[in-house]
Write a new protein. Structure first.
Length: 278
């Protein structure tokens, strides 16, 4: 069933768990994630990232995600991930998305603040929740921005930003990065605890792939209620597809796609089990 970001995060808060949040830029990853959540009987978040527009246009994958979420046996939030344009966020809301992650981190602070407030107001009219981040999370390792190292969110700045924007969930920067890690990330989990206490909001971990089980558990204990996880799940699908191609003569793409889907489901299940403390 379709649920809003706030409803999903409330469940996470009550159960002291983190909800798994996955990018689903194709039918296979969408089915993989929803099947995993139904099998484990837990709420889940499926996301469309604006950066994936080239692979899956919002106007096409968006309605598919909403229909699939409505048909699911568990609460599902359909969220926009890293929406960098207010118009794009509005388009997602009109398609029935129940959560928006607005990312104005590349804008000057005042502009980021103004846009985030605009998105919060707009989302409220649709009954959707809003997540935002402050400061830029480092992107894929090896890229220019990762060379300067992780940026850590200042707790006081976080408090002011959350209060002035009225967001429902906050994504602090505490050492994680998007993409595949080349070395073990150094996380500042005490910072997570301080920011959770000071803002009183559910916190979101971006770049949740490749974090150690122990760090996931501590992060959840300290206030992380949503973990964005995608790269490693996707890679599991790629690996399964490659093995299939190496071992047999494949004619139909849908057979290859299904093999990847099942491998992604297995990986998503493993992640969800950790996030929900099983
Ligand atoms: Zn992210």
């Amino acid at each position: 069933m379709l649920a809003s970001l706030t409803e999903i995060l409330k469940i996470a808060e009550e159960r002291n768990i983190a909800v798994g949040s996955f990018n689903t830029p194709n039918l296979e990853s969408l089915e993989a994630v929803l099947n995993a959540a139904e099998k484990l009987n837990v709420p889940v978040i499926v996301m469309h990232a604006q950066v994936h527009e080239y692979a899956a246009p919002l106007a096409v994958i968006g309605p598919v995600m909403v229909v699939a979420a409505k048909a699911a046996k568990v609460p599902v939030c359909v969220q926009l991930d890293h929406g960098v344009e207010v118009d794009y966020a509005e388009a997602a809301l009109k398609l029935g998305f129940t959560g928006i992650m607005y990312d104005g981190s590349l804008l000057p602070y005042e502009e980021n603040l103004a846009n985030t407030r605009k998105v919060v107001k707009m989302a409220a009219e649709f009954g959707a929740g809003v997540e935002a981040e402050l400061g830029s999370l480092p992107s894929r390792e090896g890229s220019a921005s990762a060379a300067v190292g992780p940026v850590y969110t200042d707790p006081e700045e976080a408090v002011a930003f959350c209060r002035e924007t009225g967001i429902d969930a906050f994504a602090p920067s505490f050492g994680t990065a998007h993409g595949i890690y080349k070395s073990t990330p150094k996380l500042d989990l005490d910072r997570v605890k301080v920011i959770a206490q000071k803002t009183g909001l559910p916190l979101v971990m971006h770049g949740g792939s490749g974090v150690s089980t122990e760090d996931y558990r501590t992060a959840i204990r300290n206030g992380i209620r949503k973990i964005n996880y995608y790269s490693y799940m996707s890679r599991a699908g790629v690996r399964a597809a490659r093995e299939m191609l190496d071992s047999q003569d494949v004619t139909f793409f849908h057979d290859l796609a299904l093999t990847a889907q099942l491998a992604m489901q297995e990986d998503a299940e493993r992640a969800i089990r950790i996030f929900t403390g099983e």
